[in-house]
Design a protein around this ligand. Structure first.
Ligand code: EPZ
Length: 428
């Protein structure tokens, strides 16, 4: 198991470049199955979740070629089956996008029940509700979700939860369904809009993504397209917190300020200086961090994927803060690890009461999921002494070379790759 070793206390300074959005890239890559053609997708983040999804698609018969850094040519002209049995696919949540795209392409799909971070039960009832409304028969047996239909037909679908995955999957099944589909109470995250824009570039007719109602006119067929993924709002936010938690001065480049509004607003409430430019944000500190209260909500609310990172920051702010998790039911597991570093966090139901401490202290901790892992690294950057973060594979699922980017900002951080490597470290 790989580890990151961090020696805290350095104020980060400099510029960091944001990658393409993981949670846009995953559905957009899966969406290429909706056409029998070649698509060119740019700004794909080279993270583990993307690699796992691509491996599963290659096993279906998709041809993938890397034409330049972060750019893939995806050839979906012929696939050999509609059953995804690639054993690694259960490690990621985004496997369910293969359900919607294969169903949209061939009127049938079989995909293992999704995996993903342990932050709650992660049901897929809204995905199934959408597929059934569009005329598919869906059942779950032996850990596989099976969806089949003679012909997808348009429908009106009200999502009981503004689910990102369900919104996208219903769009996939509806774009080729004859008639006019309406999705009410859809998710409105930036990556929903990005997926809709990609589908329209393939010849689909999707209107209203990012608003409270999405309207889709089914078309006969889709064609390949060239597309560039939007910047990753959560990676950008994570590096903004890295600047703030170390009392540094960092410019985060290649982002869309509008997507960062909720995060920037909370940092400003904490007395942090946040300067917005066309495609970048500068974060620096002039005064001690102030406490504040945060509630995570679907976009445009404060993003749940930034919850652990901001909690780590609030752990060293003056006064008491309250973090309320409004999206998932169990996303505070990592607070025990922060408390091992000297934080003072008490979880009550779906809220965490965070009493600020003057300094965290380095300790050996373990990531419990992707964003929790990022939060523990951020805490290590601010802590006195050495922090070891175990289970770095979680972090690699959603961050590109995090230690290299932090090192370039002045952080004292390195990765321990194997037991042998660790033995060498003791010699050093
Ligand atoms: C996506 O997960 C992201 N993952 C998550 O990011 C992100 O936290 C989440 O959206 C919310 O923004 C990917 O895009 C691969 P949801 P998803 O369906 O689609 C409930 C990360 O760190 N729900 O919007 O699974 C669900 O239990 C990951 O990058 C149902 O009840 O999230 C949750 O409480 C972590 N029934 C809420 O909706 C359903 O059928 C939001 O889930 C589906 C969801």
């Amino acid at each position: 198991m790989e580890k990151l070793v961090i020696r805290g206390g350095t104020k980060l300074k400099g510029t960091v470049i944001v990658e393409g959005a993981k949670n846009a890239a995953l559905p957009i890559i899966a969406a290429t199955l909706l056409c029998k053609s070649i698509s060119i997708i740019e700004n794909i983040p080279e993270v583990e979740d993307v690699r796992v999804l691509l491996d599963a698609m290659i096993e279906l018969g998709v041809k993938v070629k890397k034409t330049k850094p972060n750019t893939l040519e995806i050839d979906t002209r012929s696939i050999i089956k509609n059953i995804v049995d690639y054993e690694d696919i259960t490690r990621i949540r985004a496997s369910y996008y293969l359900l919607g795209s294969l169903l949209g392409r061939n009127n049938e799909a079989q995909v293992p029940l999704p995996g993903g971070c342990s932050i709650g039960t992660r049901p897929i009832d809204q995905h199934i509700k959408g597929f059934e409304a569009l005329g598919a028969k869906v059942n779950i047996e032996h850990g596989m979700i099976k969806a089949k239909t003679k012909k997808l037909k348009a429908s009106n679908i009200y999502l009981d939860v503004a689910s990102v995955g369900a919104t996208i999957n219903v769009m996939f099944a509806a774009v080729l369904a004859e008639g006019h589909t309406v999705i009410e109470n859809p998710a409105k995250e930036p990556h929903i809009v990005d997926v809709a824009n990609f589908l329209n570039s393939m010849g689909a007719d999707v209107k209203g993504a990012g608003t409270d109602i999405i309207k889709i006119n089914g078309v006969k067929e889709l064609h390949g397209a060239e597309y560039m993924i939007i910047p990753d709002q959560i990676e950008a936010g994570t590096y903004m917190i890295a600047a703030a938690i170390t009392g540094g001065d960092v410019t985060v480049e290649n982002l869309i300020p509008k997507h960062m509004e909720a995060i920037s607003a909370k940092l400003k409430e904490m007395g942090i200086l946040v300067e917005e430019f066309d495609e970048s944000i500068r974060v620096h500190i002039k005064e001690p961090l102030k406490n504040t209260h945060v509630k995570t909500l679907p976009y445009p609310g404060f993003p749940t994927d930034m919850q652990p990172q901001v909690t780590a920051l609030l752990a060293i702010a003056d006064g008491t803060s309250i973090m309320t998790e409004g999206v998932f039911e169990n996303r505070f597991l990592y607070t025990d690890e922060l408390n091992r570093m000297g934080a003072n966090i008490k979880v009550e139901g779906n809220s965490a009461i965070i009493t600020g401490v003057s300094r965290l202290s380095g300790a050996e901790v373990t990531a419990t999921d992707l964003r929790a892992g990022a939060a523990l690294v951020l805490a290590g950057l601010a802590a006195e002494g050495e922090t070891i973060v175990n289970h770095v594979d979680y972090i690699d699922r959603g961050y590109v070379r995090m230690e290299d980017k932090l090192k370039a900002l002045g952080a004292d951080i390195f990765r321990v790759r194997s037991e042998a490597h660790q033995a060498k470290l003791h010699i050093v």
